[in-house]
Design a binder for this molecule. Structure first.
Ligand SMILES: *Cc1c(COP(=O)(O)O)cnc(C)c1O
Length: 441
């Protein structure tokens, strides 16, 4: 049994993993065609046919809507922009509450703050890392107006009970599907399960356009409001929809023709790219699931593995998560183009969002606590440590996640990852001894 690399032995692998690349000749040709046309964006921020953008933006929207079985898709320049437009279109008022997961990218919650609404954090289900109808129900008040549901890591949230709860209370449900394009819930793609869905095409996502995003909805009225917020609403609203001016403060969230041209080609490749991720994860899980202490997220659902979460149980190994992670990282190399990040495996994801300084210090707009206090709101919502114990436990103690299953990786690459986990599992005794000599912080 060779020595752990952490203790000076040879690592399982030192040659870099191949880069994660999704761009090909099709994207290059599509960009060339836009360049040759000379029209890099066709949007006009006033009531005009070009209010809805150029031909590639519209073609990309049509394809995405079809893929998600949604009536409308509205391309934007990021998922963050899309989330802002979604919360605005939902008609939140200053001081309204928007229920959201604390275990997600910050923008899922900031979108509420951007419209002077207040995020209220519901805990996650430790098995799926998603919020549930039960955890949401605990946070309902008479100020609740909307719910932002992230399909985190690529795992669809349990949407049917969430939609039933929302219907009962008249709430708008926004799916943050940034990490879950074409993930399916009971056979239906995410994005059109709630009232609004939002996707990301930033460089790190399954497919990308550099920066970019798209918003989906089956509701004509919400679609029109999102189109307005995308493109200088206050200047265009008169002709398009004079009767409702709530939150019609326009932004510039427009997607350019180059990004849309790339997005069209990327979208055509998505199912194949997802299939390779799933195959890689299944190959790894077959060997991981028998190792004490490591429980991969259940693959029975239609997870699309933006990252692959593994639940670590210290009671089964007697070794802290931080030491196990250090041992795993020592056995594995980084990926080409991302050498500076080291091996693409880590512990925890983001600190539960309510622990961010904005919430702890109640500073967003100016210095007076607005929107967390102000108007007729005398006290801020609860942002105290301990608010969402399952999210904090996942973050502090249990979650190990990795990205070493992206489409360009071969069976041999996946076997190296499995070898690293097996080697560390075989050496738990040595790790326990080391920890007893020098207890981990
Ligand atoms: C990436 C991501 C976003 C933001 O996407 P951008 O396109 O970078 O703005 C929002 N929510 C989640 C869950 C994400 O993973």
């Amino acid at each position: 049994m060779s020595t752990l690399a952490l203790f000076g032995g040879a690592p399982v692998r030192s040659a870099l993993f191949p880069a994660h690349l999704t761009m090909g000749a099709e994207e290059r040709a599509a960009v060339d065609a836009v360049m040759a046309s000379g029209v890099l964006s066709q949007f006009i921020g006033a009531h005009h046919d070009n209010f809805l953008g150029g031909p590639r933006v519209r073609a990309f929207e049509a394809l995405w809507a079809e893929m998600c079985a949604a009536k409308h898709a509205i391309a934007v320049n990021s998922c963050t922009s899309g989330l802002y437009a979604a919360v605005g279109a939902a008609g939140v008022d200053p001081g309204d509450e928007v229920i959201v997961s604390p275990y997600t990218m910050a923008a899922s919650a900031t979108a509420a703050v951007a419209f002077a609404a207040v995020p209220v954090f519901a805990d996650i289900d430790p098995a799926t890392y998603c919020i549930t109808a039960d955890t949401i129900a605990e946070r309902l008040t008479d100020r609740t107006r909307a719910i932002v549901v992230p399909h985190i890591f690529g795992q669809p949230a349990d949407m049917d009970p969430i939609m039933a709860l929302a219907e009962q209370h008249g709430l708008i449900v926004i799916e943050d599907a940034a990490q879950a394009p074409m993930a399916r819930y009971k056979g239906r793609p995410v994005g059109a399960l709630g009232h609004i869905g939002v996707f990301s095409f930033n460089y790190h996502k399954h497919i990308h356009t550099g920066e970019g995003g798209v918003v989906t909805t089956n509701d004509d009225d919400l679609a029109a409001r999102i189109q307005l917020i995308r493109n200088h609403a206050e200047a265009a609203v008169g002709a398009r929809r004079p009767e409702d001016l709530v939150n019609m403060i326009g932004q510039n969230y427009r997607m350019g023709e180059i990004e849309a041209a790339i997005g069209l080609e990327q979208a055509k490749k998505l199912e194949e790219l997802l299939a390779r991720r799933k195959r890689n994860v299944l190959r790894l899980e077959a060997r991981l699931s028998v190792l004490p202490g490591f429980t991969p997220a259940p693959s029975a659902g239609d997870h699309v593995y933006y990252v692959h979460p593994i639940d670590y149980e210290r009671a089964e190994t007697g070794v802290s998560r931080s030491l196990v992670l250090a041992a795993l990282r020592a056995e594995l190399p980084a990926a080409e183009l991302r050498e500076k990040e080291g091996p693409l495996i880590g512990a925890g994801y983001v600190r539960p969002l309510y622990l961010l300084p904005m919430y702890q210090k109640l500073k967003a707009f100016g210095s007076g606590g607005f929107p967390f206090v102000g108007g007729d709101r005398m006290a801020p919502p609860d942002y105290a440590p301990g608010l969402c114990p399952a999210a904090e436990d996942a973050h502090e103690n249990r979650l190990i996640h990795h990205e070493i299953m992206y489409p360009g990786l071969s069976d041999a690459d996946m076997d190296d990852v499995a070898d690293a986990f097996e080697k560390v599992a075989e050496h738990m005794g040595a790790l326990r001894d080391a920890e007893q000599r020098a207890p981990a912080a």
